[in-house]
Design a protein around this ligand. Sequence first.
Ligand SMILES: *[C@@H]1O[C@H](CO)[C@@H](O)[C@H](O)[C@H]1NC(C)=O
Ligand SMILES: *[C@@H]1O[C@H](CO)[C@@H](O)[C@H](O)[C@H]1NC(C)=O
Length: 511
Amino acid sequence: MRKLLLIVTIFTLCGYSQCRKNVLFLMADDLRPNIGAYNGPNSPSPVHPQMHTPNIDALASRSLLLKRAYVQVALCSPSRSSLLTGRRPDTTRVYDLDHYFRHTGNFTTLPQYFKNKGYRSIGMGKIFHPGHASGHDDPLSWSEPFFHGVRHFESNSHSWLAVPDANLVHTPLKDRQVADHAIQKLKQVAPDAKSGRKNFFMAVGFHKPHLPFVFPKSIMDKYYPSNSIHLPPNPYAPRFMPDIAWINYGELRNFADVAALHASGNINTTLPDYKVVQLRRAYYSAITWMDSLVGEVIAELENLGLSDNTVIVFASDHGYQLGEHGEWCKHTNFDIALHAPLMIRVPHRTDAGISTDQIVEFVDIFPTVVEAAGFSPISQCHYRISPGTKLCHEGISLLPLIDNPNTPLKNAAFSQYYRHNRVMGYTMRTDKYRYTEWINFDFKTNTRSTPHWQQIQSAELYDHTIDPEENVNRANYKSYHDIRANLRTQLHRGWLNAFVDPSHGSPQLIG
Ligand SMILES: *[C@@H]1O[C@H](CO)[C@@H](O)[C@H](O)[C@H]1NC(C)=O
Ligand SMILES: *[C@@H]1O[C@H](CO)[C@@H](O)[C@H](O)[C@H]1NC(C)=O
């Protein structure tokens, strides 16, 4: 009798759709892990001043915090196309801000997966790269029209702007509009989500801290006094860096205030110190602004009584350079451009806060969220690229890290960058090293085959055990000959061979 009662209770507490969790998918744009939660001795990149990010820190303290998560490309649309399909750039063939992944293959996206499972799939702000690069926010992904805000105070005339708070009352910044929309939508979907009638997948994409760094002035005044901002420790290119690794950061130099400085963007030049300080200060302020909005959305989720049954993801689309190496923005294969924040809150499982230093990739997000929401695992793709398969993933579920944060799932993270329409930089981060090969690559002819590894132009090898800032390329050091040979083999063998548990991947299937 007691047994029966228990079963009945469990059944009513966990009817079909209530066992399924909602998903709140939060994204920031161009955010490197400049977040309080990433401070500390194991902090992987030395990028941190004292940050004021109490809301994201609070989420991190109840999440699986992935301290060493790497994106597949340090560029918006390729990275987002990859993480939202769970497929790598050589599968999506999205290497730039133009190509739309559905012109390569009809891949099921993460929001589309949930929509197909009967969820309300709702998107707002910046999730896919806007415009034709995503067929205008990939309509197949959503149950209802995608919401965009209206831009105020943003133009090419200034790379950053601290707007007096009073001026924002009637002309709110775009991210303010996105947060307000999210709050209103949460209220709208809450009754059905709570009764178990209809779950939701809600993607809320903030635009900050992307350029131009625009934010309420009070934040900068309060948290980032000018004298608290430091210059980067390494404002020079790595020793023995091949030129192909460099980008002249036109994205930043296009803003009128930066253009007026006539910076060339050349290797081993940088912006004047006062400008570097200004930009870093404004970037940090934009982060704190975005953090406050994340806090408001999560608070609403809690107020509505939904947080017990909602998986929360917080991620950026890649890292960022703020004058390190004299470099700006993203567009490189340096660790600092590829390393991005990622945390996943699974109610009842991560409440105590679990932090891991294991290497993970953004293609792991898709399979993780599917399982965290209560669905059975989707299968891993069998081949290095499988454009004909709609639904499979090229990563691994990160849920095992909740129970075993000290047990690695994979030996390396793989990323890439397509340069000058003729060279692909394939790069790999292992526990100790970053190894990169720049090889000839013709988008039109050879993406469907194995990369032409023999057509190598140059290589980079950074030893993170002694050089976490990547200031010396040791690829051609005699003392690193054997290490490089091993890394080279591992890079060429690729992601299918990088799993610690050999039942993942399909090594026998690749040539
Ligand atoms: C892509 O797949 C969706 C269903 O997942 C289908 O509705 C759509 O027609 C397909 N598009 C193409 C071009 O095949
Ligand atoms: C840039 O400066 C660094 C540090 O002085 C030096 O090691 C490196 O060789 C320089 N690179 C170029 C291309 O001049």
